[in-house]
Design a protein around this ligand. Structure first.
Ligand SMILES: [Zn+2]
Length: 152
């Protein structure tokens, strides 16, 4: 499995770079990320938590897409509405739980591992994936959950 960087590793605070090359290497790395996330019993994992600078994260949550692993390449939140607060953990902060304020509804644009474009709206009252994805996209922007973003 991939090694997880812990705060205050400075790499966690550097924004990731847009994925431009969709090839077998990307697919293989994403698969390693999913294995690592599952072995850690985590709900999500961002590439820069593993020392990779690419803008990609993975997630998995029961009930969302039947509990299948989700792949988000170049995800961007394009709109937000309302606020909600709840507890979160983070693999880069072992043993630490925080109450974090997030947007209650987000619309995200992203690509799949082959580069296909997608857009999706997630509501926190329907699925916790709305919160997981904000946590992971913050990682990709070089932010960690002690300093979350609620701005687009
Ligand atoms: Zn995290």
């Amino acid at each position: 499995m991939l090694k997880i960087l812990h705060f205050p590793d400075p790499f966690l605070l550097i924004p990731t770079v847009t994925v431009a090359q969709f090839d077998q290497g990307l697919v293989a790395y994403i698969n390693e990320m999913i294995v690592t996330m599952d072995l850690c019993k985590a709900l999500g994992l961002a590439a820069n938590q593993c020392g990779d600078p690419r803008r990609v994260c993975v997630s998995r949550y029961r009930g969302y897409r039947n509990g299948l692993s989700c792949i988000w390449v170049n995800p961007r939140i394009v709109s937000r509405a309302d606020k909600v607060s709840g507890p979160e953990g983070c693999l880069s902060f072992p043993g630490m739980d925080l109450t974090v304020e997030r947007s209650a509804t987000i619309t995200v644009q992203y690509q799949d591992e082959r580069g296909g474009p997608h857009q999706e709206t997630l509501r926190a009252r329907e699925t916790f994936m709305a919160i997981i994805l904000q946590h992971e996209i913050d990682h990709l922007d070089g932010r960690v959950f002690i300093d979350p973003s609620t701005a687009t």
